[in-house]
Design a protein around this ligand. Structure first.
Ligand code: SAM
Length: 285
């Protein structure tokens, strides 16, 4: 074209990599890493090992982590402006999920630069799917504060979340974390997923009390995702109330049956009385 301003832009691609089992990489991820002129990573040693496993000759490797992100961001932007294909990986899993990168994405969006992501492994999502806890709504809480007081405050802010809570944690702090969970959440269902996709993969679900009593949790090893089920639904179900009323009406007056059921389920006596009357009416009809 002969016009400097029409120079083709490159692209930044966020590439998910395995969280243990190296076979969990997509064809597109391998292709993208092969074709990248620059691979941005957390730790060059980890990424070199990954690339060499797939026979990829290491291109230029740049690091990007919390201590150099402000310096590296403009370099990455400039590289893509100058036409470079840049792939970004983290040490494992999906970049930006409890890993650095979101400010870089924001800058690319703001500057209208080409940006895409290749989906793949993420420990939080795999743990959730295997946990046996509800998956329709969930909240990813990442790593929690290390000190008990701060961790309890962190949990308190999540008390009303209507879905499963997902956290990353080190096995060393797991027992302390459970104790803080019990203090804040009471006896909810809890699960952990350990060493996902690896040889000693393990997923366990129980109520918090049973976990606290388990004797083998002090010696857990490997990487860990911890999940807490949503608040238990303690409201009585309509059919439970009706069954109790029918049973009481068999031996008690409408008034007494209503009183008994209202106090058992903590309901308004008036409303239960109306239902009891209706039921008695149905019986007579
Ligand atoms: N970006 C990654 C992802 O997509 O899952 C997470 C990075 S974060 C720095 C690392 C944490 O993820 C670990 O401390 C652990 O809590 C969790 N994790 C990573 N790999 C795991 C695995 N194979 N099994 C269980 N948890 C894992």
């Amino acid at each position: 074209m002969g016009n400097e301003n029409c120079k083709q832009l490159g692209e930044l691609c966020l590439v998910a990599t395995p969280i243990g089992n190296l076979q969990d990489i997509t064809y597109r991820a391998v292709e993208t890493l092969k074709n990248a002129q620059i691979v941005v990573c957390e730790d060059t040693r980890v990424t070199r090992t990954l690339l060499s496993h797939f026979g990829i000759k290491p291109p230029v490797l740049w690091t990007y982590h919390e201590h150099n992100a402000d310096v590296q961001r403009p370099k990455i932007v400039e590289a893509v402006r100058s036409g470079a294909k840049v792939a970004m990986v983290s040490d494992a899993g999906t970049p930006l999920i409890s890993d650095p990168g979101y400010k870089l994405v924001r800058q690319f969006q703001e500057e209208g630069l080409p940006l895409t992501a290749l989906p793949g492994p993420c420990a939080a999502v795999m743990a959730l799917t295997l946990s046996g806890l509800p998956t329709d709504q969930f909240f990813f809480g990442g790593f929690t504060p290390r000190k008990s007081g701060a961790r309890q405050s962190y949990f308190k802010a999540l008390l009303e979340v209507p879905g499963t809570l997902v956290f990353y944690e080190s096995p060393k702090r797991f027992k302390d974390m459970l104790a803080d969970m019990e203090a804040v959440f009471g006896d909810r269902d809890v699960a952990f997923a350990r060493e996902l996709t690896k040889r000693f993969e393990e997923v366990r679900r129980a109520d918090l009390k049973s976990f606290l009593e388990a004797s083998d949790l002090d010696t857990l090893k490997g990487e860990l995702v911890v999940l807490v089920g949503p608040k238990r639904d303690t409201a009585p179900k309509e059919d439970e109330i009706e069954a109790a009323l029918v049973a009481c009406l068999a031996t008690l007056s409408v008034k007494d049956a209503a009183q008994e059921v209202a106090s058992r389920f903590h309901l308004s006596r008036q409303k239960v009385y109306a239902r009891a009357l209706a039921l008695r009416g149905d019986e007579k009809a």
